[in-house]
Ligand binder design. Sequence first.
Ligand code: 5RP
Length: 233
Amino acid sequence: MSNIELSPQEKAKQRAGFKAAEYVKDGMTIGLGTGSTVAFTMARLKERIRDESLTIRGVPTSIQTLIRAGELGIPIIGLEQAEKINLTIDGADQIDPQLRLIKGRGAAHVRERILADISDRLIIVADPTKLCTELTGPVPIEIIPFALSHVQNVLIKMGGNPVLRDGVKKDGPVISDNGNIILDYHPAQKYNPMDLETAINMIPGVVCCGIFAEFSEKTTVIIGEEEGPRVIS
Ligand code: 5RP
């Protein structure tokens, strides 16, 4: 990573990701989120493990993160082995002024929600483009394949447009780490994040959506501004 020239956006992610690694203390069990910004946190944790003999255990939120942690030498445990999660560090796709989030561009939001729910604290790392005045979607929704037509019909009745997320090669739908498919829901009008989160999560067949409005009280956001990381809580 250090030999490659980073773009301004990647530098912003790096500033946020590195700052978040400072919140990790010896002995902690850490939820490891998914995405390019958390990858910088993990790279910094590798250095701290090497230089400070930092002892931590990570619970990964995706196969991608599991593999990366293995490459970096960050000790990994399963969720069932974690007595508690002290802190989860994760990315986001949109962040509003009340620290409500849209997540799931990387299709990892189901495991990310579980870790956010269990964690004592949630630290969100992002570049400044993720800040917004209000959440506008699209809202990622993971659904079990059997329920696809039902969930699409309900979402259309709710007034928006659900779009099945294609794989990179457009040769079929994206399949999540849990074996499910992803819809990106485009609401037709402005919405209350907590109300929409609750309504979507109650549709039978939905595993969960990517609106994270319910965790704002335990959330700290770190934005990798050019002048230095900005901490918002
Ligand atoms: C994955 C996520 C990611 O955390 C989110 O998409 C941000 O990713 P990045 O840090 O690469 O911008 O929610 O499901």
